[in-house]
Ligand binder design. Sequence first.
Ligand code: AMP
Ligand code: ZN
Length: 135
Amino acid sequence: MRDNDCIFCKIAAGEIPSATLYEDEDFRVILDLGPATKGHALILPKEHYRNLYDIDDEMAAKAMILAKKMVKKMTDVLGCDGYNIVQNNEEPAGQTVFHFHMHLIPRYKEDNAGIGWNVGELTDEVRDEILKKMK
Ligand code: AMP
Ligand code: ZN
């Protein structure tokens, strides 16, 4: 299934040119046009899934296995010092393209890429509330 209005469907299908690092029958891996660091790449499934809520289990598993393979290979190629895997779901979480994708972001010592969050505090009240609801 694909979405004719989706830019990542078109890129994944090869209808829009991209800097492709890897391709197989299920995925295309491309360089991000607005990289956080040198080598920032995106894993795109060729099928259209809106995000993690939508993707089927088999493809989600394959995406993570591919992420592992790409991270290992690209660490050798780029000589980076670490990696972030980022995957945004829905607008409040920073998703801007609504076709499932995983960001593979190489990290370099003192790259100041600014990926992170403000560290809060887990209160007893919130901990208990969540644990109760999860049962
Ligand atoms: P997200 O905010 O998680 O939805 O990420 C979307 C990402 O797609 C951003 O990092 C953009 O820089 C990247 N992006 C958008 N359009 C393109 C494109 N045509 N080719 C490559 N990367 C793109
Ligand atoms: Zn799509």
